[in-house]
Design a protein around this ligand. Structure first.
Ligand code: IVH
Length: 700
């Protein structure tokens, strides 16, 4: 019966489980969010009128927990063990573990290498998920290993945790894994806290752990949490695989998220290679890890090895250098950025953190500095994870020996003396000096010269400093008026480097409109926006004359960006800079923007390039794709249309496979570039009609 509510409810539950898995775990949705919402609401409506049809595994039950007085204790059916840590972060650490395993298994020296499952050590909170007949019935923290806390209703809010396992599930299956927060989710969370002037979180691990132990599940639901499974607890009625790697594969097949960064390796050499490979790519991972974990792969060998009090003998965590360290805050200085923003910067006793020595770290703004309550002389926690700028995340509690005055923002710019202003209701302090301020001028010049802007070879920090401080260069066009005589007059500037710079300047004159726009350093105009603007308007004059309404017609340009562009070109001195740059020979091929509005084969597609292609260089491939209308992105997400993979492709290729993104080789990419636009003639007609209109206003 088509309108049998029980049947429809079951059907909707199955559909929603499927699409939630596509969305949260595989990051590859098959239906738009709105369609998911519609199915969800239909199920909610059925359950509202037939409460008996509401099941524990219904997707509607993720977010409906009660606010609790406290978390109830849960006794673990199988204790949650900890894992021995190898703190020697060199290859010797891995070798020591392999030797220990071989000794304890009493293997003769000539026995073949032991096989291991090598995986990541996620930096979050350990959780036990209990599934009975495939339905999630309980989630608990580790606690002391014997007894944890019941956090079921909080864990239910995590989209990546299946409420029901796929296929035929065992009678009892306890899955162990880590709740964590991705770095980008963490940054975004803090970005929005900062923008609202609210307290920022210290690191992803504490934020994830705090969220899981909330008494109000609505608070947990608002935090972007993720989950990876890595092991088992109690199991009943399951045909257990023979290896740990087999267990992980089986868990993935049951719809549980399992990291793709896992490998079966052989012997100490295999462990070392995995450790080194992950270390080299650690910054590029989307989440924090504090090491890798090695586990003897064969479960019968694990049983033979057994346990030593609270730790298995068959596993070890092999650490990496920590991403947080404590050091002394020596001083707080104020830095002036390209747009005049004043940033308090911590001058630190140098400390080795996240793989490099850090002596400066950002304190973001006055309000965050105050909230963290740091003062000169404090012992502070410095964090450097991924390629994020090092930051001070807090201070160690403790008495201050002497009175230290609280930090204040200067009233005058420390570089040019102009008044420092704070926008009404804003968080940031800014120098009002504009390009009169040497700090802003230096940053503006460095940005102008940078690789993705005008790409002026030979113009670095030191030289810009000398040129600005010596009064030789005041504006961007001044750069192109430099002669050999100006340059060799500078300290430590030989004929050869001077000639190189002049050549670099000459070569940069011929550029593209997109690069030129980006190089001007207009607030909110990054590389992607600059490309969109160049493509849309085709000529600089047309862009400079565009109203805010006309600017809003450009894809991804909203009111803030449109206003910023309009304001920039309304300043006579900015127009002057642009005119002078053109006068000194900076130029680019202009086209009729409207003509390019005709459809191109790859409009709206996003590509990611990885590995070495047989004939095309990276930049060449990128240029070809962009000319055909595509965007080229740096990382794979569910929005990626295609990944083009060449030799030695790495994690991006894995990620593409994980997300089900189509993978092309160079030939297949070329075929797409040549693709006919097919039957979309209407679009082309519209394009050429627009071209006629455009031609009347086109410039030179
Ligand atoms: S296995 C019997 N595998 O590290 C071994 N643990 O003390 C049980 N952790 O907080 C742990 N990543 O949550 C294992 N791939 C991984 C892990 C992992 C992170 C955490 C675990 C616990 C600690 C082990």
């Amino acid at each position: 019966m088509a309108d049998d509510p029980a049947r429809r409810a079951a059907e909707l539950r199955a559909l929603l489980h499927h699409h939630a898995h596509r969305y949260y775990v595989l990051d590859a949705p098959e239906i738009p969010d709105a369609e998911f919402d519609r199915l969800f609401q239909e199920l909610q409506a059925i359950e509202a009128s037939h409460p008996d049809l509401r099941t524990a595994d219904s997707p509607t039950q993720r977010v409906l927990g009660q606010v609790l007085d406290g978390l109830a204790p849960v006794r673990h059916a199988v204790p949650m063990l900890s894992i021995q840590t190898e703190t020697d972060t060199t290859a010797a650490g891995a070798e020591a573990f392999d030797q220990r395993v071989r000794r304890e298994l009493e293997l003769p020296a000539d026995a073949p290498p032991v096989e291991y499952s090598a995986e990541l050590k996620f930096d979050g909170l350990a959780i036990n998920l209990r599934y009975e007949d495939g339905v999630l019935v309980q989630a608990a923290t580790r606690g002391d290993g014997e007894t944890g806390e019941d956090v079921t209703q909080n864990i239910r809010t995590i989209g990546q945790v299946p409420l029901r396992l796929r296929g035929t599930a065992p009678a009892v299956l306890e899955v162990r894994g880590e709740v964590y927060m991705r770095r980008d989710d963490f940054e975004r969370l803090n970005e929005s806290q900062r923008a609202r002037g609210e307290k920022t979180y210290v690191n992803p691990r504490n934020t994830a752990a705090g969220a899981v132990r909330q008494l109000d599940p609505a608070v947990t639901a608002a935090r972007p949490l993720s989950f990876f499974a890595y092991g088992l607890g109690e199991v009943q009625g399951w045909d257990m695989p023979a290896t740990h790697a087999g267990v992980l594969d089986a868990l993935a097949a049951l719809d549980l998220p399992v990291s793709a960064e896992r490998r079966v390796v052989s012997g100490a050499a295999g462990l070392v290679a995995f450790h080194d490979d992950i270390e080299a790519r650690r910054d590029a991972l989307p989440f924090d890890i504090d090491g890798v974990v090695y586990k003897v792969n064969a479960l019968d060998l694990q049983r033979r090895l057994g346990f030593k009090t609270r730790e298995p003998r068959w596993a070890v965590a092999h650490k990496y250098p920590a991403q947080e360290q404590v050091t002394l805050l020596r001083d707080i200085e104020v830095q002036v950025g390209r747009t005049g923003k004043l940033t308090p910067v911590a001058k630190l006793e140098p400390v080795f953190v996240g793989g490099t020595t850090v002596s400066n770290a950002t304190l973001h703004n006055l309000f965050e500095l105050r909230r963290k309550g740091v003062r000169v002389g404090d012992r502070v926690i410095v964090r450097r994870a991924g390629d994020v700028i090092p930051e001070v995340v807090g201070r160690l509690p403790g008495e201050r020996i002497a009175y230290v005055p609280n930090f204040r923002m200067p009233r005058a710019c420390p570089v040019c003396g102009s008044a420092v202003v704070r926008e009404e209701g804003g968080i940031d302090h800014r120098c009002s000096g504009g390009l009169f301020c040497p700090a802003q001028r230096k940053q503006a010049l460095l940005h102008f010269a940078s690789r993705r802007a005008m790409d002026i070879e030979g113009l670095g920090d030191k030289l810009v400093e000398q040129l600005v401080d010596g009064g030789v260069v005041r504006t961007l066009p001044d750069l192109y008026r430099l002669g050999l005589a100006n340059l060799v007059a500078l300290d430590r500037m030989g004929d050869k480097s001077a000639a190189n710079l002049l050549q670099g300047l000459a070569a940069s004159r011929q550029t593209t409109l997109a690069r030129f726009l980006y190089s001007l350093g207009i607030r909110h105009v990054g590389e992607a926006t600059a490309k969109d603007l160049a493509r849309h308007f085709g000529s600089l004059d047309r862009l400079m004359d565009a109203s805010e309404t006309q600017l809003l017609a450009v894809p991804d340009v909203g009111p803030v960006v449109a206003h910023s562009i309009r304001t920039f070109f309304d300043q006579p001195h900015n127009r002057e800079v642009v005119e002078q740059l053109r006068a000194v020979g900076v130029g680019w091929p202009e086209h009729d923007g409207a003509a390019l509005a005709a459809p191109r084969p790859l409009d709206g597609k996003t590509f990611v390039l990885t590995g070495t292609l047989p004939t095309l260089g990276r930049e060449e491939a990128k240029a070809l794709l962009e000319a055909a209308g595509a965007k080229v992105a740096g990382s794979v997400s569910r929005k990626t249309s295609y990944v083009v993979a060449g030799a030695d492709a790495g994690s991006k290729l894995d990620k593409a496979r994980e997300l089900g993104v189509p993978i092309l080789d160079e030939d297949q990419m070329r075929a797409l570039l040549d693709a006919d636009l097919g039957t979309d003639r209407a679009g082309q007609d519209a394009g050429s009609a627009a071209a006629d209109v455009g031609a009347t206003t086109a410039s030179s």
